[in-house]
Design a protein around this ligand. Structure first.
Ligand SMILES: C/C(=C\CNc1ncnc2c1ncn2[C@@H]1O[C@H](COP(=O)(O)O)[C@@H](O)[C@H]1O)CO
Length: 245
């Protein structure tokens, strides 16, 4: 039986192709449909990781701030996020957000007006274009999972303000990564007792009580209404005393 080696893959018998990889690369294509195929998507996904790693590698210490895309200037959450962005910069952190409106815009506003790195990792959505005006280092991603890798890889902690499904997604991904010890020393602050206490109570009284998480898993979360306390919690968890400003 004749062996055919296609890169690392061994093919025999009926799987031996009648053309070579190079030959197919150079052949004329009848239609451009291949641009929409999964193999081509893999290349785009790969390039998105490469661009993201390249853009963010030198960011230094950073905290990701999440929260509703729908909060408006003047609302308590929005103004708290501005203050959080400012205070994180004052403590020597870059601020990473999803680059969109609402709480993301607010945290970016606080960070950029305080003279810090204000990073926005936007996502291609049907009716949204680009990142908010307060971002001074921005990227727009096609793929949610690539973008979410960046939120975790380049931040040392999360501060989560009130939000909806998008915020929950980001919160629970980080909790899973910490719970499974995939990432360590990663403080997670929920900002706003009146918004988050119900969720924390449900996690304790239903989820932990039913044995679906361990009660100790709730220690991963800190809830506060106080901007200084939120910032102090991530700073003390992340930076050893000698590095604090
Ligand atoms: C719905 C609106 C804008 C959508 N634009 C977004 N731009 C960037 N990132 C977004 C956007 N919407 C959601 N996200 C991500 O999810 C989190 C907020 O989602 P939530 O459902 O509002 O809690 C946020 O942290 C982003 O990463 C309004 O015009």
């Amino acid at each position: 039986m004749k062996d055919y080696q296609r890169g690392p893959v061994l093919l025999r018998g009926k799987n031996v192709p009648t053309t070579t990889t190079s030959g197919r690369l150079l052949a004329q294509q009848d239609t451009p449909d291949w641009v929409h195929g999964d193999p081509w998507r893999v290349m785009r996904i790969q390039s998105e990781f490469v661009e993201g790693f390249g853009a963010l590698a030198e960011v230094g210490s950073a905290i990701s701030v999440f929260g509703s895309a729908r909060s408006k200037p003047g609302a308590a959450d929005y103004e708290a996020a501005v203050e959080i962005g400012t205070k994180l910069v004052e403590q020597g952190f870059a601020v990473i957000t999803g680059g969109g409106p609402g709480v993301m815009e607010a945290a970016n506003k606080g960070a950029s007006e305080a003279g810090g790195s204000s990073i926005g990792l936007g996502i291609e959505l049907p009716h949204e274009q680009g990142v908010n005006e307060y971002v001074n280092l921005g990227m727009n991603f096609r793929y949610f999972f690539v973008r979410k890798t960046m939120f975790v890889k380049y931040a040392q902690g999360f501060i989560v303000l009130p939000g909806g499904f998008g915020t929950f997604d980001e919160l629970f991904e980080s909790l899973t990564l910490v719970q499974t010890k995939t990432i360590t020393r990663f403080p997670i602050v929920l900002f706003g007792h009146s918004y988050w206490d119900g969720l924390v109570a449900w996690l304790r009284d239903v989820v932990a009580a039913d044995g679906k998480i361990s009660p100790a898993d709730l220690d991963l979360i800190m809830v506060t209404d106080d901007v200084d306390e939120a910032v102090a919690h991530v700073v003390t968890s992340v930076k050893p005393p000698a590095e604090r400003s």
